[in-house]
Design a protein around this ligand. Structure first.
Ligand code: ZN
Length: 351
């Protein structure tokens, strides 16, 4: 059994709005052209009577539709394309790497194509991305006692002032303040429901949210403030474990996550988040039931509010809390994602 489709009116509306929260939830076939698209396709939208909705690209293919050349529904959104893989692998294994356009050409790639991909997926050019990585690495070294001047030269800066300025721009405070600050390493992970932003400190995972989630910026700012930390792009051992466990979760073979979590917040918030972790996989509770479970039956609203403030989606399963009458309400990542997750868990739970 596949996840159920939203009703036609909802899907058609999402199509008109190019609503990215429906990525991975439905695919639309256009009867007049025989082509199928993602919900967010920028091509002109078909009339209501000319659309066919499917759960997956495979279903559309089986019904004789061809993939759209504009939105490329067969290539998962956010995934690293083949032509870019070798370059990114090189960046991963070479700390402090600097690559000019000529170096990119030498590797058989078009620098403009690389720039466009980075603009689209990371919101910055490839050069800015590399610079942010280098500064992030310098930040880490300064925190562990390296002199600022040494970190500056190792990062390829010829002057301390140039380094300090770049550092302030990217990290948000000066290199000299770094010893008393923490780093939140951030990266993007791909899931069947769209790309997610993940954050980790040395102590564990502190963030997992859908990229298009409303309030994501606010969540990030709050987290930086709570941890007295700066966000820097990069890689972290915690991400490999997270990526692996998410893959198992979406394949239906993992019911519980086994990852260290960093959840700064008030004692009340923390007790609510811990309580969420005790709702068994494949089941749901109402806000009222959850408040009773936590022995604070009068605090339903506060429990709901703390649920909404959860920063680690899926792993802290706030999606398992539903409205009184079984209605799905309030999910930052979008209600259809919540429905997908609940159906997925229901389907894979073991009796
Ligand atoms: Zn399309």
């Amino acid at each position: 059994m596949m996840h159920p489709l939203p009703d036609t009116a909802t899907m058609y509306n999402a199509l008109l709005q190019k609503d990215s929260t429906f990525e991975g939830i439905f695919i639309v076939g256009v009867k007049t052209t025989g082509i199928f698209c993602r919900p967010t396709c920028t091509a002109r939208k078909p009339k209501k009577e000319h659309v066919d909705f499917f759960r997956t690209p495979q279903e559309a293919l089986q019904r004789g539709y061809r993939p759209c050349k504009i939105c490329k529904p067969l290539s998962q959104k956010g995934i690293i394309p083949d032509w870019l893989q070798a370059l990114l692998a090189e960046v991963d294994r070479t700390p402090g790497i600097r690559l000019k356009d000529a170096d990119i050409k030498q590797r058989g790639l078009d620098p403009n194509r690389v720039r466009r991909w980075f603009q689209q997926h990371h919101g910055m050019t490839f050069q800015s991305y590399l610079r942010a990585l280098r500064i992030g690495q310098a930040f880490g070294r300064i925190r562990y006692g390296e002199k600022v001047i040494d970190a500056a030269f190792e990062s390829g800066y010829e002057s301390l002032s140039g380094f300090t300025e770049s550092f302030k721009n990217i990290i948000g405070f000066s290199p000299n303040q770094s010893q008393h600050r923490n780093a939140i390493t951030i990266t993007r992970l791909l899931t069947p429901l769209g790309p997610m932003l993940a954050g980790a400190t040395e102590h564990g995972i502190c963030l997992l949210e859908f990229i298009d989630r409303r309030m994501l910026e606010t969540q990030l700012r709050r987290l930086q403030h709570l941890l007295q930390a700066a966000c820097v792009p990069g890689h972290h051992a915690h991400f490999s474990a997270l990526d692996q466990q998410l893959k198992e979760y979406f394949a239906g073979s993992r019911m519980n996550f086994d990852l260290p979590l960093v959840i700064p917040g008030t004692p009340f918030q923390q007790s609510v988040w811990n309580g969420l972790g005790m709702i068994p996989y494949g089941t749901t509770r109402s806000y009222q039931e959850q408040a009773e479970f936590l022995n604070i039956p009068y605090a339903v609203r506060a429990v709901a509010k703390a649920n909404g403030d959860n920063r680690i989606a899926i792993i802290i399963p706030c999606h398992r809390v539903i409205g009184k009458n079984g209605k799905l309400i309030g999910y930052g990542g979008g209600l259809w994602r919540k429905e997908y997750l609940l159906n997925h868990e229901f389907k894979h739970r073991r009796n």
